[in-house]
Structures are given as C-alpha cells and as structure tokens.
Design a protein around this ligand. Structure first.
Ligand SMILES: Cc1cc2nc3c(=O)[nH]c(=O)nc-3n(C[C@H](O)[C@H](O)[C@H](O)COP(=O)(O)OP(=O)(O)OC[C@H]3O[C@@H](n4cnc5c(N)ncnc54)[C@H](O)[C@@H]3O)c2cc1C
Ligand SMILES: *[C@@H]1O[C@H](CO)[C@@H](O)[C@H](O)[C@H]1NC(C)=O
Ligand SMILES: *[C@@H]1O[C@H](CO)[C@@H](O)[C@H](O)[C@H]1NC(C)=O
Ligand SMILES: *[C@@H]1O[C@H](CO)[C@@H](O)[C@H](O)[C@H]1NC(C)=O
Length: 335
C-alpha cells in the first residue's frame, strides 16, 4: 500500500504519523515544498484554544475533533517525550472590556480541566480595566520542537519525503492508493477552492522568561509563553497575502501587549514573523474521487482549512481523515 500526503505542516505530519500507526506495512510519503521554519505551523503560538469560529461539518464532529486532539496532545504531555515534542500545560486568562461572551468558549468549557469565570481580584492581574474574564488551564504545542520531533518519528517508521511543489494530481496521483491533501493554504490553488482565504497574522516573539501565564485581551491581543519565548500578537487580516513584516502592525501589537504587561518592554525581541492562516468557513475533511489524465480514478482525502486553530485540532481531524482513508479503501475493495 502506498499513501501520499501533501503538506509537511502540523496537519500533514500528524496525518502521516496516524496513517503509519493504522497501516504499519504501508509506504507513507510526504510531498511538500516547505518544511519546518517555512510553514505556517512554525509561526503559531500553539496554544490549544479552538476559537468559537472553528467549525466542522456538524457540531458533533467538531466536538469529536477537538476532544480527540486534546487527548492526543495530553497523552504526549504526560509521556517522557513531552519536552522533545514541545508539549506542555499552560494556564491563562482571557479578558474583555466589551462582553462576557468573548471570554466564553463552549468547546473548551466542556473539555478542559479548568475553565471558570475570573474573580474580581483576577480582573486586576494585568492592566486594562477588564470587566469580564475567564481563567483556564490548557495545553501548548511548540511547533519549533514538534515539527522536527514528528519528522524524526515519521522517518524512523519508514516514512519518506518527496521535496518540491505538487503541480497537479494528474501528474502525481497514479503512484498512490490514496492521496491525502493536507496542503493548508496551498489547497486554494491545488484544489481550486475559493472558500479558502488567507487570514494574515503577525507576531513578535520575545524573550521574557518571567512571563508564566497566557493573557488575552480585546482586539486579538495575546501574550502566550512557550518553550522558546513569549508570542505577542496579533492581527487578523482577511484576504491579505502579504508575508512581509509590517512595522505598523508590529507597533500596534507592542502597544496593546505593553499596555497589559509593561514588563514586556524590557524583553529582547527574538523575531517578528508573519503567517497566513488557511481560513475556510468549515474545515474540509472529506473524501473525493478524481479522474486523472489517463482516465484512472484517484482516491483523495482532504484535510485542510484549519484557519487559526490547526495546531490545536490537527490530531483530531487527522484521526478522522484516517477513518475516511479506511472507508475509501474498503469501498473500493468491494467494487
Ligand atoms: C500568527 C499566527 C498564530 C497562530 N497561532 C495558533 C495557535 O496558537 N494555535 C493554533 O492551533 N493555531 C495557530 N495558528 C494557526 C496554525 O498555524 C495553522 O492552522 C496551521 O499551521 C495549519 O497547518 P497546515 O499543516 O494546514 O498548514 P502549513 O503549516 O501551512 O503547511 C502546509 C504544507 O503544505 C505544503 N504545500 C502546500 N501546497 C503545496 C503544493 N502544491 N505542493 C507541495 N506542497 C504544498 C507546504 O509546503 C507545507 O508543507 C496560528 C497562525 C498564525 C498565522
Ligand atoms: C526555508 O527556506 C529557506 C529560503 O528559501 C531555505 O534556505 C531553507 O533551507 C528552508 N528550510 C527548510 C527546513 O526547508
Ligand atoms: C486536492 O483536491 C482537489 C480537489 O478538490 C484537486 O483538484 C487537487 O488536485 C488535489 N490535490 C492533490 C495533489 O491531491
Ligand atoms: C507588503 O507589506 C510591506 C510591509 O508592510 C509593504 O512595504 C509592501 O508594500 C506590501 N506589499 C504589497 C504588495 O502590498
């Protein structure tokens, strides 16, 4: 059995590892043009927090993806691999001056060990005159560590990489029993999918080891400590393809974050980076049969469009994608 996975971001690598587990005798190959530090995944803060805008095909499926993903990351966190894989526990606050609803999260409230309303005293833990707040304990996956870790694990189980851009399925499809499309924003071109839109993000990564908690404020402001440094954000610019660092975005991010925690002014800047979130109104995890140039049917399973929540949810949608691979194969064996 031959599987071809397009994409080496957190979604592609997760799918690859889960396929290897399900099919230990199969040859799994990852086809991608960008790796590790050149992927969107590398830019992410990696906090486990699906936004209220994270939507799968149904409520039940969305909930299952999020729960499966949480259990996957939490099992790594509890294992001796945690520091290698870059998975840890993280607590934090989400504050708002505008609305209590912004501090709520239906998916997380059912799932996390702690998700509760912040007390009056806690609302004063950082500057901003906050009116509403929640406290939660969640997970964080640092892709700077996780992508190399997953790569090594994939290789150790016999996985192969095919470097370069996949121009079309018609040239690539034939070799593989199933192709799994984990191409993130690349799917827009590859899949002619106009529902996929970039939501541009920019972050400042700083060295501030004294920050031990995550803080979210109004207007996409966040301070998220990771293994390497603290991620300060952010912006969400719909349909913007610009991958250059914008100094005005950087200034706005600093002003908002320093306004919450002035000690961040003293932090050394590690890097300032931009990433394009692969946004889709619903994440696409579904099978498709496509005809290639020679008229042969090629089996495809899609797994893309995770928007700003791909690190959070990748293991859950990947598990679902592997189920679809099984279904697609058993359906064709009955033909
Ligand atoms: C500023 C910012 C902060 C974020 N913070 C978080 C966070 O805290 N938590 C969270 O869960 N998520 C966060 N995200 C979102 C997260 O980064 C994405 O959802 C996730 O990285 C998507 O993963 P992916 O594997 O689909 O895509 P990518 O990481 O972009 O990988 C796509 C892969 O597909 C390959 N590819 C695409 N097209 C082709 C082609 N034609 N041929 C060959 N290869 C191809 C690329 O080379 C690449 O390897 C953040 C994003 C940004 C921008
Ligand atoms: C990322 O891109 C740069 C510039 O194209 C390249 O030099 C580097 O090798 C790439 N990194 C990886 C891990 O592919
Ligand atoms: C991904 O899926 C789309 C169909 O939605 C297809 O056009 C495209 O060729 C696929 N890419 C690959 C390489 O599987
Ligand atoms: C992209 O952003 C940079 C930095 O803000 C800016 O100088 C440049 O003009 C932008 N490019 C386009 C094509 O808009």
């Amino acid at each position: 059995m031959q599987f071809g996975i397009i994409g080496a971001g957190v979604v592609g690598l997760n799918t690859a590892l889960q396929l290897q587990e399900e099919y230990p005798n199969a040859q799994v190959s990852i086809l991608a043009d960008q790796y590790v530090e050149n992927t969107t995944s590398y830019v992410a803060a990696g906090i486990f927090r699906p936004g209220n805008g994270f939507v799968g095909p149904t409520k039940e499926i969305t909930k299952k993806w999020v729960t499966d993903a949480y259990n996957y990351w939490d099992n790594i966190r509890k294992s001796s691999d945690a520091p290698l894989a870059g998975v840890t526990q993280l607590s934090g606050y989400i504050f708002s001056t505008k609305s209590a609803a912004m501090t709520r999260n239906a998916l997380l409230e059912d799932l996390l060990p702690v998700y509760r309303k912040a007390t009056e005293e806690e609302l004063d833990l950082c500057l901003g005159g906050w009116k509403y707040g929640s406290f939660f304990t969640t997970l964080l996956t640092e892709c700077r560590l996780y992508l190399p870790y997953a790569t090594q694990k994939f290789r150790a189980s016999g996985g192969k990489f095919v470097e370069g851009k996949v121009e079309s399925l018609t040239k690539t499809g034939g070799k593989y029993d199933v192709i799994i499309n984990c191409s993130g924003l690349g799917a827009r071109e590859l899949c002619k999918d106009d529902h996929l839109v970039p939501v541009r993000g920019q972050v400042v990564k700083v060295k501030a080891p004294w920050i031990k908690m995550a803080f979210y404020g109004d207007y996409d402001t966040y301070i998220i400590p990771g293994f390497e440094g603290v991620t300060l954000g952010g912006v969400r610019q719909y349909d913007s393809w610009n991958t250059s660092v914008c100094k005005y975005d950087g200034m706005a991010i600093r002003e908002r974050c320093f306004g919450m925690l002035p000690s961040l002014k003293k932090a050394e800047v590690l890097r300032e980076v931009v990433g394009l979130r692969p946004h889709r109104s619903t994440v696409r995890v579904e099978p498709e049969l496509l005809e290639d140039v020679s008229g042969r049917m090629v089996k495809v399973v899609h797994n893309y469009g995770h928007s700003g929540y791909g690190v959070t949810t990748a293991p859950g949608t990947s598990k679902y994608a592997v189920e679809l691979v099984k279904q697609v194969l058993s359906a064709s064996s009955k033909l």
